[in-house]
Design a protein around this ligand. Structure first.
Ligand code: G1P
Length: 289
């Protein structure tokens, strides 16, 4: 058994990042040299996934174009002798099979995932949310896939968050069965701190079983009047088929300006060509007190 499909919902408006996202999809905002969505797709490919299913809307076509060949640009780079860039552009275009599905009304994350039913109804599949960037060796979706294949269960990625931030996330209540691995008993989407069953928050990485589509079809609107994925996952939990694992690695919330900017600096600092100059500029901006 392998997991070959990932669903990446990209139909959201990106209101947290306006006005930058008025006409540019938030998934196409750059983190250093690459758009956010490229990091997500690269993480999926590194975990052995081959097919990327974007759940999209009419304003998001440039996301698909980013993963397609562009012969005009390729010719130009070839004639200019820019071989490294040319190879990089072609590599991105050939990285994955891309499937685009339209979410014609934005009725919530659960509704977005339901659009992928016909493509994903036969095998376990991954979901990755574009706001969450996760980095580190075998971190992110690979960590979940390894557990899902071993345990034959669905898995969500979680991190510990401070109590005052639980209202931003889906929160799980679980029984720890191994260090950092939980059997999920119940889940609640964006609870008030006083109602949160724990401080374990779902981050945008999931491996689910196709039976979740039956749950999603029955799911009524929840918090914010939206069909919530978190609510539908209660079905898997009730049937004893949902685990949660604490995510390793570094994580940035790309929809938060501080974290988005930090991610840019983090990646730029990894590049030897920029490291020293950028460090000097940062010191200029933040002189010692
Ligand atoms: C979504 C999910 C939530 C999850 C979060 C992770 O919320 O509904 O359960 O914790 O992503 O980023 P959103 O951030 O889209 O409101």
């Amino acid at each position: 058994m392998e997991i070959k499909n990932v669903v990446i919902p990209v139909a959201g408006w990106g209101t947290r990042s306006l006005p930058a996202t008025k006409n540019v999809p938030k998934e196409m905002l750059p983190v250093y040299r690459k758009p956010i969505v490229q990091y997500i797709v690269e993480e999926a490919i590194a975990a052995g996934i081959s097919d990327v299913i974007f759940v999209t809307n009419q304003n998001k076509r440039i996301i698909e174009d980013h993963f397609d060949r562009n012969f005009l640009l390729e010719n130009l780079l070839e004639r200019a002798g820019k071989d490294l860039l040319l190879q990089e552009i072609i590599r991105v275009a050939e990285m994955a099979n891309i499937i685009s599905l339209r979410q014609k009304e934005q009725l919530g994350l659960g509704h977005a995932i339901l659009q992928a039913k016909d493509v994903c109804k036969h095998d376990p599949f991954a979901i990755m949310l574009g706001d969450d960037l996760v980095f580190g060796k075998d971190a992110g979706i690979k960590q979940l896939i390894d557990i899902a294949l071993k345990e034959k269960k669905a898995v969500v990625g979680v991190i510990e968050v401070p109590k005052e931030r639980v209202h931003k996330y889906g929160i799980i209540k679980g029984t720890e069965i191994e260090p950092g691995l939980y059997e999920v008993n119940s889940l609640v989407e964006k609870p008030k701190p006083e109602n949160a069953p724990s401080n374990l928050a779902i981050i945008g990485r999931y491996v689910l079983l196709p039976e979740v589509f039956d749950d999603l079809e029955k799911q009524e609107a929840g918090v914010g009047g939206e069909i919530q994925l978190t609510d539908a996952l209660q079905g898997l939990a009730d049937r004893g088929k949902l685990l949660a694992v604490k995510l390793r690695g570094k994580r940035f919330d790309a929809g938060d300006w501080v974290e988005y900017l930090t991610a840019n600096i983090y990646f730029a600092l990894q590049d030897d060509a920029l490291h020293d100059d950028l460090s000097a500029k940062l010191r200029e901006l933040l002189p010692p007190k």
